[in-house]
Ligand binder design. Structure first.
Ligand SMILES: [Zn+2]
Length: 340
């Protein structure tokens, strides 16, 4: 906790004592970053109000070791929620231990000796964080096999981490608010909403985002229907005529630009917080792979290429570059100050 200075240390400790509600208030009011000291390691925001420097490398490595595309920011947000980044927050009422709040029985099967000191210790972040990453990675891989479940793969993995994967199977998605007094439901919600505050260089995470096109919302996120290969709409549609200017929703680097099968001409942009945005059915693409973009910069023109019933912009926010890693784009944009 040395990286937390002044009054903030008091605030964090009292928040831990009082639980979730205060933590949210604090993370929401933890603006700033002036005065320096904010470094970035990969996509994590390190330092005051972000990820403690001593854990950033461990978290980033745990994420990088996962081939299923696990964002470091998700692991960081979990640790913040589980323990407030404390190696030993004390035994929880349920008996959970350490920075990642492993239950002893779970640790028996999921524990690892991350630092090769001959011990698997849930109170040692060098063991607990790699174990958390491994467990989340496994859950994420399972989640990706169930595009029909309600919730994005990351959300399903988080629900599995909190309640056990069998609960996700039972509810075919994130368990509803009625399950366990909403604990799992709220766990997923809080973590997803805290990812942005723990990732990326400051600035373009909370500001600088914009609507990708000037037009009204059409088909909403997660609408069910036979038109989509997964049976559910993985993005949102903006109803605009062909030839409308399409802009990068946030600053980033072009990951792909070109033909995308059913998506027609598409652009995928990687953002500094580890998320990706996708723009589909374009009539014209005016950027190329690797190009760096400012928020609001023109990337092409809307159209009706690919599998469409008429011209519109299909827009997704994803936790990885590929199809299937989508999260709710409306919630994401609103969180970043965009009015929809
Ligand atoms: Zn669409």
């Amino acid at each position: 906790m040395l990286q937390i200075v002044g009054g903030a240390i008091v605030a964090v400790i009292s928040a831990m004592a009082l639980g979730v509600v205060l933590l949210l208030v604090i993370s929401d009011s933890a603006e700033g970053g002036e005065g320096g000291g904010e470094l970035t390691a990969g996509s994590l925001k390190v330092g005051k109000d972000g990820v403690p420097a001593e854990y950033a490398g461990l978290i980033q490595k745990a994420a990088d070791d996962c081939k299923a595309g696990l964002p470091a920011g998700v692991l960081a947000a979990q640790l913040k929620q589980e323990s407030g980044f404390r190696a030993d927050p004390g035994k929880s009422s349920a008996g959970a231990l350490g920075i990642a709040q492993f239950m002893p029985a779970t640790w028996k099967t999921a524990g690892v000796d991350g630092n090769n000191d001959g011990r698997k210790d849930p109170l040692d972040p060098e063991d607990a964080i790699p174990a958390q990453g491994k467990m989340m990675c496994k859950l994420l891989a399972s989640a990706k096999k169930h595009p029909d479940y309600s919730g994005s793969p990351i959300e399903l993995a988080l629900a599995g981490y909190n309640a056990g994967w069998h609960r996700v199977e039972q509810y075919r998605g994130v368990p509803p608010e009625s399950f366990a007094k909403g604990e799992t439901y709220n766990y997923v919600k809080i973590i997803m909403s805290n990812v942005a505050s723990l990732t990326g260089p400051d600035g373009n995470l909370t500001t600088g985002w914009t609507k990708p096109v000037n037009g009204p919302l059409g088909t909403p996120y997660h609408q069910r229907g036979g038109a989509w290969s997964s049976g559910v709409h993985t993005g949102i549609d903006f109803t605009v005529p062909t030839g409308t200017t399409v802009k990068a929703a946030g600053a980033g680097t072009v990951k792909t630009a070109g033909k995308g099968g059913a998506y027609g001409n598409q652009v995928v942009i990687k953002h500094s917080d580890g998320t990706y945005s996708q723009y589909a059915h374009l009539s014209k693409i005016s950027v190329s792979t690797g190009q760096r973009l400012k928020a609001g910069q023109k990337i092409g023109l809307s159209g009706a290429t690919g599998n469409v019933s008429g011209p519109h912009l299909h827009f997704e926010i994803r936790t990885g570059p590929e199809y299937g890693s989508d999260i709710d784009p409306v919630a994401f944009l609103r969180k970043h100050g965009v009015k929809l």
